[in-house]
Structure formats: structure tokens, C-alpha cells
Design a protein around this ligand. Structure first.
Ligand code: ZN
Length: 97
């Protein structure tokens, strides 16, 4: 009882700003803009601030960089350093494809 399989906002999938595909939140890299205006990777997925999500693959990070997708999503300038950091976090070696 009380466990209705409803699509509520609890486990809503997040959209990758690179490819636009939805994935479970835990499969994505979360980038936030802190209240101080700092852009950083959020390993906890719970830090305060406006968040944007990217698949954990170089392809999506590069795509996002090209489209300036993080800048647009976070509504602030995102430096190349941020993308560089994300690239180092990508788990491409885990990809089956
Ligand atoms: Zn993606």
C-alpha cells in the first residue's frame, strides 16, 4: 500500500544539455552555478544552486562545449576549464558502444 507507481517529480529523469537525451540523474554529471556565481561540478548531486546535467561521456561534453549549452542552461559564462574538468570525469571506458 501507498507505493503507487506514479510519475511524480521524485525520480524525474534529467536531460543532458549535450545530446538532449533523458537519463536517470545518477548517470549524469551535474554542474551547478553556486549562489556565489561559481560554476563547478557537483559530485554529490545535491549542492545548492541552479543545475545542469550532462551524460558522462566525452561526446556530450564536447557537444555541450560547442553549443555553449552549459552557459545557456546556467545563464552565465562557463569557461573552458569547466568543460576540461568534466572531460576528465567522463566514463567513456565504461561505454558499451
Ligand atoms: Zn548526453
Amino acid at each position: 500500500m501507498g507505493e503507487e507507481p506514479r510519475m511524480q517529480k521524485r525520480k524525474r529523469p534529467r536531460t543532458c544539455v549535450g545530446c538532449g537525451e533523458e537519463s536517470p540523474k545518477r548517470a549524469l554529471l551535474r554542474v551547478i552555478r553556486t549562489p556565489e556565481g561559481e560554476i563547478k561540478y557537483d559530485p554529490t548531486g545535491r549542492a545548492n544552486g541552479r543545475g545542469a546535467y550532462l551524460c558522462s561521456c566525452r561526446e556530450c561534453v564536447m557537444l555541450a562545449k560547442k553549443k555553449k549549452a552549459l552557459s545557456r542552461s546556467l545563464k552565465t559564462e562557463v569557461s573552458g576549464d569547466v568543460y576540461e574538468t568534466l572531460l576528465t570525469l567522463c566514463s567513456d571506458e565504461n561505454r558499451e558502444a
